[in-house]
Design a protein around this ligand. Structure first.
Ligand code: PEP
Ligand code: MG
Length: 537
């Protein structure tokens, strides 16, 4: 049996699909002669062209013209005679097909990356894709196509990047296992959003587990049973059946208002990381979106998303939610959320460093692009903005000034937009302690217990030796939560919670007692949270 951290509930029973990190190291490939190397290169280009044409056709059907055109753009670049003839010239000078492809593509990547125009810079990532695919074909490396794994697959990997997760077909994936991460890491958040059982931080999982091995993944207890015998398999099939039955019984809460026994109505919202997740929130009975983690739009790509791309994402969510509240959190990067191209300096203590609202206030060009996109999208629904990692009143005032400036600029440019209420996340001890002062500046509060717990308890969540202290039930954390709710009530502003603790059945009665208005949880926990609130006095 293997142990890890159970981060997404449920039992996954199926066959392992191990996704190994692939190495594109070609140093062992020997040069034969020019003709042979050119033949190898040209066959790889031909195969790449065929595969990409086919993929573009499939993508056109499933995702639309825009996505297909990106792939067709790759083909056009590769068909540019200059690119291929440069590779052939390299081979004539003694390079292997791999080295020729790498050298020429890297030259284009460097050239495009240095240009000040967003569209040209995008082309650098296209060429990177071409280079990696050509090398993969030349080296004969087979890649697992995550989107096409058979039903009942248990995906095992070191970690999942957002782009890997976006290719997961939740109907075919029985469970997810990774070597790193914990309850609040992004793979966990995405697994819960998709309702897939997941166990993270399983040491060396992708080496210990082999492809096609039969696995039981227990997302409650954080354990993985390899090659289970018949009786274990039966036991877990039964547990799975009961769990699914219990889940089914929650559907009675789907379209009812969430009302406590004392007759108080509460709102239960969903947390999302990408525009498509809005559907997931609706399908799970969410009454709004309490946290849109916009950093996902910025992660796992080569360049910052444009204002237009962001506008597209925010307005898609607003339209999908059809008038229901959508709380968009401004860019929260730094700490555990790395974005290479934003050139965030390496820091000794990144969790106490230049992150979230601090970074945005110092990089107002990036912040303004996001705010402009949000204001423009606000015309399509009930959008609100929320500022992460606030520690001072001044930060909120400065952010609000920038937001007001963006509105003025849009007006001058004749672009339509709507003003949005600005709320504050309470996720630092400082914010909780001055929540009476912040309440005068904020349209609403949302308590981020994931960070609040870590900062109040001075605990590094990644350090197993102190992880016992990472506990929302410590009196200091509870006091910070209670104080925040009290100060919001006194100022007459709504207060919600969007950290994982909002769905903790043991905490919900206290939160109800203190008067929390809105609970924003993973889509898969919405109905259970509604039930738990309805059972409160
Ligand atoms: C939090 O800190 O509670 C929160 C919701 O934000 P994140 O988990 O994205 O840091
Ligand atoms: Mg946080």
């Amino acid at each position: 049996m293997l142990k890890g951290i159970g981060v997404s509930q449920g039992y996954g029973i199926g066959k392992a699909v191990v996704i190994k990190d692939i190495s594109l190291d070609y140093s062992a490939v020997k040069y034969t002669d020019a003709e042979d190397q050119k033949n190898r290169l040209h066959s790889a280009v031909e195969k790449y062209t065929e595969d990409t044409k086919q993929l573009a056709q499939e993508v056109r059907k499933s995702a639309g013209d825009k996505e297909a055109e990106i792939l067709e753009g790759h083909l056009m670049m590769l068909q540019d005679p200059f690119m291929l003839s440069q590779m052939d010239d390299n081979i004539d000078s003694g390079a292997t097909a791999e080295a020729a492809a790498n050298t020429v593509c890297t030259m284009f990547i460097d050239m495009f990356s240095g240009v000040d125009d967003e569209l040209t810079r995008q082309r650098a990532s296209d060429v990177k894709d071409i280079r990696d695919n050509l090398l993969r074909l030349l080296l004969g490396i087979q890649c697992v196509d995550i989107s096409a794994v058979p039903k009942g697959s248990v995906l095992v990997a070191k970690d999942f990047t957002p782009s890997m997760t976006s290719r997961i077909n939740k109907d075919n994936v029985a469970a997810i296992v990774t070597e790193v991460g914990g309850v609040t890491s992004h793979s966990a958040i995405l697994a819960r959003a998709m309702g897939i059982p997941a166990v993270l931080s399983v040491a060396n999982a992708s080496n210990i587990i082999s492809d096609s091995q039969e696995l039981i993944v227990d997302g409650f207890k954080g354990k993985i049973i390899t090659e289970p015998n018949r009786s274990l398999l039966d036991e877990y099939l039964q547990k799975q059946k009961e769990y699914l039955k219990e889940k089914e019984s929650l559907t009675q809460y789907f379209s009812k208002a969430t009302v406590t026994k004392g007759g108080v109505v509460k709102k239960v919202y969903g947390n999302i990381g990408k525009a498509e997740d809005a559907q997931n929130v609706l399908q799970n009975g969410g009454e709004g979106i309490g946290l849109f983690r916009t950093e996902f739009l910025f992660m796992d790509r080569e360049h910052e998303p444009t204002e237009e791309e962001q506008f597209e994402a925010y307005s898609t969510v607003a339209k999908a939610m059809d008038g229901k509240e959508v709380i968009i959190r401004t860019l929260d990067i730094g700490g555990d959320k790395a974005v290479d191209y934003l050139s965030i300096d390496k820091e000794e203590n990144p969790f106490l460093g230049h992150r979230a609202i601090r970074y945005c206030l110092d990089n107002s060009d990036i912040f303004k692009k996001q705010i402009r996109a949000i204001l423009r999208a606000a015309q399509y629904g009930d959008i609100k903005v929320m500022l992460p990692l606030v520690t001072t009143v001044d930060e909120v005032r400065r952010a609000k000034d920038i937001i007001a400036k963006c509105a003025e600029e849009l007006k001058k440019e004749g672009l339509s937009y709507k003003q949005v209420p600005v709320g504050v996340m309470i996720e630092t001890p400082s914010a909780a302690l001055i929540s009476d002062l912040l309440a005068k500046e904020a349209a609403f509060f949302s308590i981020g217990t994931n960070d609040l717990t870590g900062y109040v308890m001075a605990v590094d969540r990644g350090n197993a030796k102190v992880s016992g202290l990472y506990d929302v039930f410590q009196p200091s954390v509870l006091r910070a939560i209670e104080m925040t709710i009290k100060n919001a009530k006194a100022a007459g502003i709504p207060v919600g919670m969007c950290g994982e603790a909002a769905s903790d059945s043991r905490l919900i009665p206290l939160l109800v007692e203190w008067g929390l208005d809105e609970f924003s949880v993973s889509p898969s926990s919405i109905l259970q949270t509604r039930k738990n609130i309805c059972h409160c006095d």
